[in-house]
Each structure stands twice: as C-alpha cells, then as structure tokens.
Design a binder for this molecule. Structure first.
Ligand SMILES: [Zn+2]
Ligand SMILES: [Zn+2]
Length: 412
C-alpha cells in the first residue's frame, strides 16, 4: 500500500475516532488490562500498554489513531511490564470463530494465496506447505463473504447453546462481538472462569468440539439378550440430547446418497433408515425409539450418531480459548483490513444481525477511487463490483473497504 493511501485511511480513522470515541465502551477493570495496537506507520503491533481510565484510552485513539486496537482477556497487577513480571490475576474466557477455518464451498471463489518464498499461488484455502518449494509462509487475500459469515454465525449460535445450556452461563455473562472482518468473538466474563488455567480451558474446548467423545457412553447401547437398541432422547441434557438431535436433524434433511456417504453404511442399510424416516422423526418428538427399527443395526446407529455428533459441535479456535494472555479486538474500534467496525451484539439480536449493514463505520459521503481489481461485495443495501481497472465514485464505506483491502487508491 502506498504511503498516500495509508495516510488517507489514517485520516478517515482519525475522523471516526474524533466523532465516536465517546460511544466506545471500555472493558471492566480497565487499569488491569493490557492494551495493544497496530500502528499505521510501522504496521507493527505495540503491546504492553496500560491506561488508568477510559478517557486516557480515548485520547490515545485520537492522538495515535491506530489501525487496530486490542485489549487483553487477562487481568494483571502491572499490565505495562513484560509478560513474566505482569502479575497475572485471571482472564475472561474467550472464543473465536473465524470463517477462515470453516469449510465453505465458496472459498475457491474469493480466497487467494501467494507463497512468500517462490510466489507460487492458488485459489481457496492455503496449503500447509507450498507444493512447489515447501515454504510455509503465505500472503493471503480473503474477501468478506455472506456465505462464510453466515456459517460463522451458525457456529456462534451453537457455541452459545453450549455456554448457556451445558455450562449454565447467564446472558449477562456473555458478550458477542463481530470482529469487523471474517468472524465472531464470544467473551464470557464471570468470577467462576477467571482463575481457570490453560488445562481447564482446554477441557472446555474439548467439550464444545466433542473431542474423544464416544456415543456409546452417552446413552446409545444394546440392551438385554435380544439386544434392543436404546439411545438418548431429544430433550436429554448435555451431549446425550445433542447426539439425539444430531441424528434427528440428519434424518430429517439428508438424502439416501448422503446417508451412504457416511463411512461404512451400505446402501441396503441406508434404504432401511430412509424407509423408516417418518416413523423415527414422529416418535422421537416424545421419546426416542431407537429400538423400534429391528432391521437397522446397532453399528448403523453408531455411525449415524457419530455423524450427528460432528454436526452439533461448534468450530471454535482452540488456540484462542486456551491462551490466557490473549489480546482481543476492542468492540467499536475499526478493523484495519476492512474499514468496518467491530460490533457488540446482544444475544437476542444475533440471529438478525447483518454485518454488512451494522458494521459500517463510514456512512457519510462518497469517494472517487481507482480500483485495481475487486470481487463483488455487498455493503449496506447495495451490491458493488466486480471491478477491474476502473475509476468509479463509491459510497465512503465501499471505497474505504477497497482501500483497506489494498485493491484501490483515491483519485486526487
Ligand atoms: Zn513456494
Ligand atoms: Zn465464502
């Protein structure tokens, strides 16, 4: 990005912080939090910053105008010291759901990677190692996508159900935040979680991901000499109910082909399961009658239950939740890669939340830009692009998005 474009973005960010800093909510126990910022000029992270109060943070946002702003999920005695001297007091429990890590079919349309050592490139998700040179560092170009963000929201909704129904957190303990780019964060702030160490947090991650979970230990079994299959009910608590629900949802929506795709299920078995589908669905609303179908074997039920289990997990990022020193993006600050703002969302509003409308930070005016290349995208109620080598006047939010994506420059 040229220094001119960067200077332009920074001026707009300053405008945003000058007009909106009073509305930016501050974290609880602010003097105990570590703050971190990505500074425009150096494009590097400055961390270990501490502030006495919100006024100081807001003054900093206006004077330094960072590209990105974060604070720690952790509480420290001395947040400005080096990590080993900070005096860790505890940390909120945080979750990150990033659409980069979700298997969505549209990735090959809007994501692009370049190997940093040999310039080999490709579409879709980057490989772990470059197939040409074995390098492991890649530059990524990822566009905002409705399908990907919807998928991330669905994973967030599943996570919220775990947090409330299985762990018993109250709505007031939970904060949801759209990151301003490709995903959602969930913060749990509650006395009970503060002292949890990395091992305890890993246990929570494993529970949500269903790691190592055996369906045979969650109510699915063969009973008596005649080996009648019994299983969990739809409304059973914890994983038992989730497994039943997973199977129920699968039977409700799947085709015979999809059932056959489950490893080890032969077509005659899938046919049997399909023939009885309505009967199963109807009876399960009251009490799951796994055993009513004598011609569906226990092994088949186990396969279906394992498949259903996978669909019930929430795809959270293990590293983020187990890191007890993590910096998280501050709500209502700007995202340097999009020019959108991070937005906190109430539990009730999540379903209707539209990131392409509600995360817009620059809603005034227009800007004429030279666009190099851009995918089609929606912002507000308008669809833009695709563009290629053209000069066009755009609403400010769309122009800022392309500038931040390094896909355009302002026309003088
Ligand atoms: Zn390479
Ligand atoms: Zn997508």
């Amino acid at each position: 990005m040229s220094t001119d474009v960067m200077a332009f973005i920074r001026r707009k960010f300053l405008e945003y912080y000058s007009e909106n800093s009073e509305k930016i909510p501050m974290p609880t126990s602010l003097p105990n939090r570590e703050f971190g910022f990505v500074i425009f000029r150096e494009r590097m992270m400055v961390r270990h910053k501490g502030f006495i109060n919100g006024a100081e943070v807001k003054a900093f946002l206006k004077s330094m105008t960072p590209m990105d702003a974060y604070y720690s999920s952790a509480y420290y005695e001395r947040p400005e010291e080096h990590m080993e001297n900070k005096g860790w007091l505890g940390a909120d429990l945080i979750f990150d759901i990033d659409s980069d890590h979700l298997q969505t079919p549209c990735k090959s349309e809007h994501d692009y990677w370049i190997c940093e050592s040999c310039q080999n490139s490709g579409r879709g998700q980057q490989p772990e190692l470059c197939r040409k040179c074995g390098g492991s560092k890649f530059k990524n170009e990822a566009w905002l996508c409705e399908t990907c963000l919807e998928a991330a929201k669905a994973e967030t909704q599943k996570l919220l159900s775990f947090l409330q129904e299985d762990f018993g957190f109250l709505p007031q303990d939970i904060e949801i935040c759209f990151s301003g780019h490709r995903g959602y964060h969930v913060h749990v702030e509650n006395e009970d979680v503060r002292q949890l160490d990395q091992v305890a947090r890993k246990e929570i991650v494993d529970y949500v991901l269903g790691t190592g979970l055996k369906v045979e230990f969650h109510g699915l079994m063969e009973v008596g000499k005649s080996k009648i299959v019994e299983g969990p009910n739809l409304f059973d608590p914890s994983w038992n109910g989730r497994i039943a629900k997973g199977v129920y949802d699968f039977l409700k929506t799947s085709t015979p082909q999809q059932i056959e795709e489950i490893e080890g299920i032969k077509s005659n078995k899938s046919k049997k399961a399909m023939e009885h589908r309505d009967l199963i669905l109807k009876s399960w609303n009251k009490k799951a009658r796994w055993g009513a179908l004598k011609d569906v074997s226990f092994r088949t039920w186990v396969k279906l239950a394992e498949y259903g289990l996978k669909k019930q997990t929430s795809f959270i990022d293990t590293v983020v939740t187990t890191d007890i020193h993590r910096l998280i993006r501050a709500p209502f600050t700007l995202h340097g890669k999009t020019g959108l703002k991070a937005v906190s969302i109430s539990l009730e509003h999540l379903k209707q939340f539209d990131p392409f409308v509600e995360a817009i930070a620059f809603s005034k005016g227009t800007l004429k830009v030279n666009v190099n290349e851009s995918h089609k995208f929606r912002l507000g109620n308008e669809v833009f692009g695709p563009y290629r080598q053209e000069t066009i006047e755009l609403p400010m939010a769309a122009a800022m998005y392309l500038l931040c994506k390094k896909a355009a420059s302002p026309v003088e």
